[in-house]
Design a protein around this ligand. Structure first.
Ligand SMILES: Nc1ncnc2c1ncn2[C@@H]1O[C@H](COP(=O)(O)OP(=O)(O)O)[C@@H](O)[C@H]1O
Ligand SMILES: [Mg+2]
Length: 254
């Protein structure tokens, strides 16, 4: 059984079919790439998977369960966490606070116990604090812990968003253009980092990315979208040599 199964999903916006009858399945533990020209429907497909957009038709199964019309917070609670193409951090909160907020979804004692300073809540608070620091350190931002998120470089903001997603303890991590805005040194270390966190956190990763060397070097399988339709699916090697893919990217007749 696949971990995540997308079946005949479509999403229309007025006359535009942003995602057109896409079916694919993602296996546990793989790094699955999603590529395609601008406007191909990649982010819309992420929005469909994470419940931010409802499908016009089709359905979605996760661990065998139909999650097609669950609200985003329920889907997140099942273990699907994401980052955004246009970064969504709390700009006026510190890096550390941005991670703490995510952790609180998993704490048990609740807000009032925390406010009243009850012992169980205090112990849990210490745990949250320690884990938040560990995650900051994991993404190399421990030196920036008290900096407001909006003052961090793009690369640092992207890493912070990944750390925040990891704080949700996901099983599936969806990354929407994680290398965008990074300099070439940061891009070079990103693929090693993604591979490592997959191992450490036992993740399945779905990755939208334009930076071709990163996608080709990192992904187990790649799906290619063009005008909402999936035009190719397979190993990086297979996809790179597919005439339909070459045509979509270069606009040449083959
Ligand atoms: N909320 C929306 N309302 C109307 N059109 C949208 C909306 N979201 C996306 N689109 C359109 O759907 C198409 C696919 O967009 P998107 O999924 O963002 O593409 P990609 O991420 O591959 O660049 C684009 O033509 C975009 O303008
Ligand atoms: Mg996009």
């Amino acid at each position: 059984m696949s971990l995540l199964e997308v079946s005949h999903m479509s999403r229309r916006f007025g006359g535009l079919v942003a995602v057109n009858d896409v079916s694919l399945s993602v296996q546990e533990g793989e790094i699955f790439g999603l590529i395609g020209p601008n406007g191909a429907g990649k982010t819309t497909l992420f929005n469909l998977i994470t419940g931010l957009t409802s499908p016009s038709s089709g359905n979605l199964h996760y661990q065998g369960q139909d999650i097609t019309r669950l609200p985003p917070f329920r889907i997140a609670a099942l273990g699907l966490a994401r980052t955004f193409q246009n970064i969504r951090l709390f700009g006026n909160l510190s890096a550390l606070e941005n991670i703490r907020i995510a952790h609180h979804i998993h704490t048990k004692t609740g807000v009032w116990a925390g406010v009243l300073g009850l012992p169980a809540a205090r112990a849990e608070q210490v745990g949250v604090e320690r884990q938040a620091w560990a995650l900051l350190e994991r993404v190399g931002l421990q030196g920036r812990a008290f900096e407001r998120a909006k003052n961090l470089s793009y690369g640092d903001q992207r890493r912070l968003e990944i750390a925040r997603a990891l704080a949700l303890r996901p099983k599936v991590l969806l990354l929407d253009e994680p290398a965008a805005g990074m300099n070439s040194a940061e891009k070079a270390t990103l693929s090693g980092f993604i591979r490592q966190v997959r191992g450490e956190f036992g993740l399945t990763i779905i990755l939208i990315e334009h930076h071709v060397p990163l996608v080709m070097g990192l992904c187990d399988r790649i799906a290619v979208l063009n005008f909402g339709q999936m035009i190719a699916l397979g190993s990086p090697q297979k996809v790179a040599n597919d005439p339909a893919v070459i045509e979509a990217y270069l606009g040449v007749e083959t």
